[in-house]
Write a protein that binds this ligand. Structure first.
Ligand SMILES: Cc1cc2nc3c(=O)[nH]c(=O)nc-3n(C[C@H](O)[C@H](O)[C@H](O)COP(=O)(O)OP(=O)(O)OC[C@H]3O[C@@H](n4cnc5c(N)ncnc54)[C@H](O)[C@@H]3O)c2cc1C
Length: 291
């Protein structure tokens, strides 16, 4: 099937993009096109106007400043993955990017596009949630920053209002003394995750857990913090017993999704708990090595 007819607008600036978005009833931002174009080809989306922001110079920049990596909406996954500065400053992001699809797809797909697309199985919204990142949004009323926890509001649904677009993502860099891990279960490398986790552990001088962050993806309608696991670890010595207990509590209060094609809710819960255990072990080891 081919997409329905649409008008193509290439925006070279954010104001141009906003004018084009506001000028039609059903205009959509086009970034890397790796999710939008297949959906259009299936006619699951039939926008009147596509506003291509991928080449706007101001959106093509990324920079590390004051412990935060800021990534413009035109920066591709692959550019970040191959950038020496990003590799040194945010290895967790680079590991997370490597789990997304394949290099050819990452050469076009953008970090901000993934956030805006809000696929429940996507890795990057969970990374942003685990690390307390923010999404910078522009609209006619100006710019605002939305905390990760408030940005994804449902499957493929975000806090973006009509006529707004994402201009950048702000990703806090993992601090010294903390260890992080990302892991997922997928049928084949590059497939969307059936269950995934991004987690971080900070150790104090006595080897106790001074803070734990655990975000799950692929298991619920949105990425979700595993508060049960975090509560078990806070203040505890992260030994085998504590990590077992944290993994067992990871799905407390999580409304786990299941389907007959990919995985049942029971499978996601069981496999996800094992995944959390494995990722927490790696995060604790990394925190110990960094201390
Ligand atoms: C075979 C295949 C495998 C994949 N596997 C994975 C995977 O394992 N994990 C994963 O996370 N993703 C996966 N993807 C999706 C891929 O990573 C996409 O690149 C990503 O989800 C969307 O980024 P994009 O830049 O391509 O966005 P686009 O496809 O251009 O846009 C996606 C949606 O977001 C909106 N949008 C994009 N940018 C903005 C913006 N700046 N402001 C407002 N709205 C915006 C668009 O309007 C559209 O609705 C896969 C894709 C393919 C084709």
């Amino acid at each position: 099937m081919k997409p329905a007819p649409f008008e193509y607008v290439r925006a070279d600036t954010v104001p141009e993009a906003l004018a084009a978005l506001g000028g039609a009833d059903d205009a959509r931002v086009l970034a890397g096109g790796q999710s939008l174009v297949p959906i259009m080809a299936l006619r699951l989306a039939t926008p009147e106007v596509l506003v291509d922001v991928s080449r706007a110079p101001e959106l093509r920049e990324h920079r590390s400043d004051g412990g935060v990596l800021t990534v413009g909406a035109g920066v591709t996954d692959r550019e970040l993955e191959l950038d020496a500065g990003v590799r040194a400053a945010h290895p967790l992001l680079v590991r997370t990017l490597s789990l997304i699809a394949h290099p050819e797809i990452r050469a076009r797909g953008t970090l901000c596009g993934s956030l805006a697309h809000a696929d429940p199985a996507a890795e990057l919204p969970a990374l942003l949630l685990a690390t307390d990142g923010e999404v910078e949004v522009a609209g006619d009323a100006g710019r605002r920053r939305v905390p990760a926890a408030e940005f994804v509001t449902g499957p493929f649904t975000t806090a973006l209002a009509d006529g707004e677009m994402v201009v950048a993502a702000h990703l806090p860099l993992p601090g010294p003394g903390s260890g992080w891990a990302v892991d997922e279960i997928a049928r084949r490398p590059g497939d969307y995750a059936l269950a995934g986790v991004v987690c971080g552990v900070e150790l104090d001088g006595a080897g106790r857990c001074a803070g734990a962050r655990v975000a799950l993806f692929g298991v619920a309608a949105t990425p979700v913090r595993a508060h049960g696991a975090e509560r078990v670890l806070d203040g505890a010595v992260p030994d085998d017993a504590a990590l077992d207990a944290a993994a067992a509590a990871a799905f407390d209060g999580v409304d786990v999704i299941g389907d007959e094609v990919h995985a049942s809710a029971g499978y996601r819960r069981r496999a996800g708990a094992a995944l959390v255990r494995r990722a927490l072990t790696a995060a604790v080891r990394a925190a110990g090595e960094g201390a």
